[in-house]
Design a protein around this ligand. Sequence first.
Ligand code: MG
Ligand code: ZN
Length: 359
Amino acid sequence: MKRSGLILFAFIAMFLFGSCTAETDQKPDNIILLIGDGMSFAHFQAGILASETPLNMEQLTKIGFIFTSSADNFTTDSGAAGTALATGVKTNNGFIGMDPDGNPVKSILHLASDNGLSTGVVVTCAVTHATPAAFIAHQPSRNMAEEIALDYVNSGVDVFIGGGRNHFENREDGRNLLSELEEMGYMMAYNMDEVMSVSTGKMAGLVAPNHPPRYDEGRGDMLPDAVEKAISILNQDPSGFFLIVEGAQIDWGGHDNDIEYIVNEMLDFDRAVGKALEFAKNDGNTLVVITSDHDTGGMALHGYDPETREITAGFTTGGHTGLMQPVFAWGPGAERFTGMYENTGIFDRMLESFGFSRN
Ligand code: MG
Ligand code: ZN
């Protein structure tokens, strides 16, 4: 081989080897996982089409696909999907934080906590709803809201913000979990003004009796504001943090086959993504992962008017479908999340990113 060829070969080898190790060795201090419930490709594209400016998610280039089937069904529900993302275990539809035999399984949030990190949950539904519950609770049914609320009290989670106050207060067992949380040292916040006034420590933010309203019916900037607040509190822990964020109502717009509902929730979710990315870019040690738990509505986009930004959409179901879902990642080790894999692979990759073992 000629000298010039050798040098070129060495250069290419260095580049390939160097880029490989650089990408896979990176370990973030913090992970922010944002889940758009029911946010499939069509929902994402509808958000792009409806928005006057590019979405925050559009700037991300580390992209993957996940398969979403549950242990007992091609088409998953949010309980089994949330459990797969949170714990790396496929389970039956309706289960929360349990394997198909009913054994509790630890979530990435619990493992982060075990490893000394701070943890948080921010959602646009009741905090007891299936997706966030999968990170906190272990119950055989997603409908066991009061049991799930009790699991919050026992979870040690540092910050949680969403709706669902009723499940902590007006309970069949007569317990008042709000006073129990307060006695444990949580700052209690019952509306967004109170949430925004908390600056440190543990916070239970229960800003609605059940689910907060939809974005276009008065929820406003609750989600991006709550994400920003949760990050500012959790980031005070030098050990790092894990935060899970859910745009829960993209799914509900899908169930309603309501393109306006979907678009407004998509854009709100993207603003929350923007808050996470803004922090991560300044911080440099934060991995941001964005994904969906399943498709809702089987939506297709048939038409678009660039003048009015009006979208014509068709739906194949009022339920979920088994369509594969997008993954976006940004930050140290984002490369891990590219490619095509099962939804349980999100947990596996987060675990590897943190450098934790399962137990
Ligand atoms: Mg959900
Ligand atoms: Zn749904």
